[in-house]
Design a protein around this ligand. Structure first.
Ligand code: PLP
Length: 388
């Protein structure tokens, strides 16, 4: 089946690049090929493009240009934030949660071992969101024991879409002199984030989540913090991240972010309508489902758990045969059962589908998905519930 005939509802995994983004990138894949570090006019033209992109991104997020460090995407940004907080900013304890993306969880485990420091996992509420009392308690205890904490909590969860109350988290971090890193990979480009107002000191973003190119992202680091490099070499990105800049992709990322801010209200309304229609129709058709995306969730993610389906992979294959692309939990778990669903208590008797929407989806597509679900699910559910 051709990709453009598919119904693509896996936009939390990645998004289709906007044609306008490709257009903005093309000159830097063809005519403007200079190395931005070269001291001649061919190099200066790409240096200007990189700095203009940095400036556009910084302006949208209401931060200084020098606080944006270009990276290869969300995974690198998360690694850089965690590593540099321990090495450069004096953090000697980490507070995080068990529902973070693996790019945070595995980095935390690895760097905590390397620096021989402790990690506390904040308790989660029924929606998998950091419990505010427990978070406050942890910070207070660790600070009383002379620990400087790195707090790394995501803005919206990539499997459920559920939001962390970041303003509340950041105000406590300020009170206890902790550094707050926020994995905003699912929200930057989907939410009008104003980083200083939110009180975030480090934020990770990835262009392919908001209709930009893959393999490019950035880490915002507040200008008062000066991280040394994670990747060493030629001293690019003012010594924070070496390697010749991915000029075309950086230009594309800035264009994609600008477009997303410009059209935010229109797209939010469209996408919320799709999500709400699918959620309410699924609820009507299958009374036993559990919707994991709570009332305070990203408008583009709908996570639904179904009881009594043993083999979700089979359902995903059948949906795919009908041209419908969705994901079971997250796309990055590589077939392993989801650590997020385990924390939510959905492991075992439930199987989960994550529907995630974009500006390119339509209400007609939602109708087709519903028909397909009504067609496929009853057989699967009754087979297994009869066996139980
Ligand atoms: N953090 C979150 C919340 C994500 O959803 C993802 C990607 O799925 C990442 C980090 C990793 O980003 P990237 O694919 O750009 O490395």
């Amino acid at each position: 089946m051709k990709q453009n005939q598919s119904i693509y509802l896996d936009n939390a995994a990645t998004t289709q690049m906007d044609e306008q983004v490709l257009e903005a990138m093309m000159p830097y894949l063809t005519s403007y090929y200079g190395n931005p570090s070269s001291k001649h006019s061919i190099g200066w033209s790409t240096r200007m493009a990189v700095e203009l992109a940095r400036n556009r991104i910084a302006t949208l997020l209401n931060v200084k240009s020098k606080s944006i460090i270009f990276t290869s995407g969300g995974t690198e940004s998360n690694n850089m934030a965690i590593y540099t907080a321990l090495r450069d900013f004096g953090c000697d304890h980490i507070i995080t949660s068990k529902v973070e993306h693996h790019a945070v969880l595995h980095s935390v485990e690895h760097y905590a071992e390397q620096f021989k420091i402790g990690v506390s996992y904040v308790k989660l509420d029924k929606d998998g969101v950091a419990d505010q009392n427990d978070f406050s308690r942890l910070l207070e205890i660790k600070t009383a024991h002379d620990k400087k904490c790195l707090v790394t909590l995501m803005h919206a969860n990539n499997e459920t879409g559920n939001f962390t109350e970041i303003r509340w988290i950041s105000s406590l971090c300020k009170k206890y002199n902790a550094i707050f890193h926020c994995d905003c990979v699912q929200t930057i480009g989907h939410y009008p984030l104003n980083l200083p107002t939110e009180g975030i000191q480090m934020a990770s973003a990835s262009a392919h989540k908001f209709h930009g190119p893959k393999g490019v992202g950035f880490l915002y680091v507040h200008e008062d913090l000066q991280p040394s490099a994670l990747i060493y070499g030629g001293g690019q990105e003012r010594g924070h991240r070496a390697g010749t800049e991915n000029v075309a992709s950086i230009v594309g990322m800035a264009e994609a972010l600008q477009l997303s801010y410009k059209n935010y209200s229109k797209h939010r309304e469209l996408i919320s309508g799709l999500k709400n229609a699918l959620a309410s129709n699924l609820r009507d058709a299958f009374s036993s489902i559990v919707i994991n995306s709570c009332g305070h969730a990203l408008y583009s993610v709908l996570s639904v758990s179904f009881p009594y389906i043993e083999n979700i992979e089979f359902l995903l294959i059948q949906l795919n045969q009908k041209g419908i692309c969705v994901s079971g939990g997250s796309a990055c778990s590589g077939g392993d059962s989801s650590h997020v669903m385990k924390e939510l208590g959905r492991a075992g008797s439930y199987e989960t589908i994550r529907f995630s929407f974009s500006k390119y989806n339509t209400q007609d597509e939602i109708k087709s998905v519903l028909e397909a679900m009504k067609d496929l699910l009853p057989a699967l559910i009754s087979q297994n519930s009869n066996q139980n």
